[in-house]
Design a protein around this ligand. Sequence first.
Ligand code: HSE
Length: 419
Amino acid sequence: MSKIAVMGFGVVGSGTVEVIYNSKESIERKIGEPIEVKYILDLHDFPDSPYADKLTKDFNDILKDDEIDIVVEAMGGLNPAYDFCKSCLLAGKSVVTSNKELVAAKGAELLEIASQNNVNFFFEASVGGGVPIIRPLHMCLAANEINEIAGILNGTTNFILTKMIREKMTFDEALALAQELGYAESDPTADVDGHDSCRKICILASLAFGRHVYPENIYTEGITKITAEDVEYAASWGGAVKLIGWAKATHKNGVKESDVVAMVCPAFISSDSQLASVDDVFNGILVRGDATGDVVFYGKGAGKYPTASSMVADVIDVAKANGTSQTLTWVDSNQDFLIDYKEAELAKYVRAECENKDDAKQLIQREFGEVTLLSRKNCPKNEIAFVTPIMAEGKIDEHIKKLKDGGMTILSTIRVLDY
Ligand code: HSE
């Protein structure tokens, strides 16, 4: 009999309990024994819940109960999730979590503790919601050197961008709807400012490159500065604006254990890319392996049941592991393999105001050589927009500074990524 405890009875925790009981028979067939949720830890009362008899407010009920060998963490945030998960692992209980903040900040340490205690620390639900990506990256693609990962990793921002473009909703209306649907974080600034995507690309990069990548070392920009004009220019260029988390092995030093550059930013993505058509709450994650070439994972990246699906899959895997440690691995690191993002080679879309368009074009050509000029309907006479050639981001910024010095006012710049 697998007896489990669920910590946190919000959107994901309650979804996990529901999925376990809705699919109990098939889950039991898969693990070969009965399964039961013995405790649900939450500080709130849920008197009308069919699972009210399982509720406790005391973490020690779970920690001290030897019958509990799998703990599902769906509380979110670092505290007290970190202490609780660590205590469970040290007590010989496997932990399954959807908490990307926890995995991105403490993954290396918790993986090590799990391994030392011969238990499992699984987190399929921490990236991509219902999209399988952690296990495929770790297992099915294990033969590959991963050269690059790029993805639309946040369902809320993708939902907002889609609603703003397709249904002309305002940012606030689209965000309110995402919150109502259970997509957004409790503090949605983590979504719109890019921190949620940052945590997720850190988890994927750590797994792909074997060394922990910490979120504070990754340049992160959200979607709050994207304007309707930028979206129009993206369409006229032949693509869409998407919030992308990406990490790339640079092989700068010519070694296989490569340096890595990573970033989260809004980006122009060509309509030819599979990521351009990832809309709504969907996530799309492209993994570029040396043997496979590109592999793309796609599905619902947020929401109660998609995320619960990944949580329960982890529970099933832990139960099937039958007391052995199948733990995923990466090691802690001093971050010396991370390259300054200004060295990344890319292009940028630039929108600017100028006094005289012909003069501005000459200045742009002097700085950048040939650029792709863009147009949009009802463009004001003094507005100019273009896409630069590909070069190191730092170099592009130096040229943009010269445009400013030459009298142009830069209204927006957005990276152009080639996926
Ligand atoms: N707020 C997150 C998102 C939830 O929108 O993607 C899933 O991690």
